[in-house]
Design a protein around this ligand. Structure first.
Ligand SMILES: NC(=O)C1=CN([C@@H]2O[C@H](COP(=O)(O)OP(=O)(O)OC[C@H]3O[C@@H](n4cnc5c(N)ncnc54)[C@H](OP(=O)(O)O)[C@@H]3O)[C@@H](O)[C@H]2O)C=CC1
Ligand SMILES: O=C(O)C1=N[C@H](C(=O)O)C[C@H](O)C1
Length: 250
């Protein structure tokens, strides 16, 4: 039976992950939290006893959690969003030695939308079709735009044969912003109530709109996907994987 360790077990996702481990027929190796009230804080001790680690915590913890997985040579499932470029580079470096599944969103439907986004972007010329991404999340979310919104932006850029950085980003428009830059990818983030996670990608020309919308009604969909990724990862060689690989879409 695969022993799964959960980094961030006291969180919204952590609770659900612990339940999903049991549902999937795996066993819970233990968990960590930031404040050591109910759970230990040391990821290295957990990495030693677990077969695989799942991390839904915060970006600042990513380097410590990567180090713990590397030292113990255990796969890591990384769901935490808001990583900066340096932290992303550390993930890629660590994946030379251990399997890492790094996904902005573990819901299967989102990963289909990402594939569709790339295909649509390849077919719709950026001079004619503006791409805008709108996401809505619960009031507790601390990063914006969401990791999924950024992944959608990267998918659009890839479909257009470029990168998000080269295409240009327009976000947080306010005041006298001037006209929209051709080819730029727009982002808007709403924070309201207890919205689990809504994402819409809009392609708009002067004559028509195409919108792709994904809505998560239950964050358990992410937990189920992450545990599935964990069971998959223990059979993989070192490498950087996404949910599309776990789902057989990559
Ligand atoms: N990829 C995906 O599919 C999804 C990704 N996410 C991402 O997962 C992350 C967690 O989300 P959520 O569960 O809602 O967040 P919560 O704030 O509810 O939980 C965060 C958990 O991480 C722990 N934690 C926070 N900071 C640190 C730290 N510096 N060191 C160690 N542990 C820490 C917290 O411990 P304590 O309770 O002691 O503070 C808590 O257990 C976010 O980045 C979110 O965007 C969320 C859903 C889906
Ligand atoms: O913080 C959340 O809740 C979520 N975070 C992820 C993201 O940043 O995209 C995934 C999902 O949207 C829920």
């Amino acid at each position: 039976m695969t022993k799964i360790g959960i980094l961030g077990i006291s969180g919204r996702m952590g609770h659900l992950l612990a339940e999903e481990v049991a549902t999937a027929g795996a066993s819970l190796a233990g968990g960590t939290a930031r404040r050591g009230e109910q759970w230990p804080t040391d990821p290295t001790a957990l990495a030693r006893v677990a077969d695989v680690l799942i991390d839904f915590t915060s970006a600042e913890a990513a380097p410590t959690h990567l180090q713990a997985a590397l030292q113990a040579r255990k796969p890591l499932i990384l769901g935490t969003s808001g990583l900066n470029a340096k932290q992303e580079a550390m993930v890629a470096e660590a994946a030379r030695d251990i399997p890492i599944v790094h996904a902005a969103n573990f819901a299967p439907g989102v990963n289909l939308v990402l594939a569709l986004a790339e295909r649509l972007a390849a077919a719709l010329p950026p001079e004619a079709y503006d791409a805008e991404i709108v996401e809505t999340h619960h009031r507790q979310k601390i990063d914006a735009p969401s990791g999924t919104a950024i992944a959608l932006g990267r998918a659009v850029a890839a479909g257009r044969g470029t990168t998000l950085e080269a295409a240009g980003i327009e976000s947080g428009r306010d005041g006298h912003t001037g006209p929209r830059k051709t080819g730029a990818i727009g982002f808007a983030a709403l924070r309201a109530g207890q919205v689990v996670g809504d994402h819409t990608l809009l392609f708009a020309s002067g004559a028509e709109h195409i919108a792709l919308t994904h809505r998560s009604f239950d964050r358990r969909v992410y937990a189920t996907g992450a545990v599935r990724a964990a069971l998959w990862s223990v059979k993989q060689p070192p490498g950087l994987y996404g949910m599309k690989h776990v789902l057989g879409m990559g």
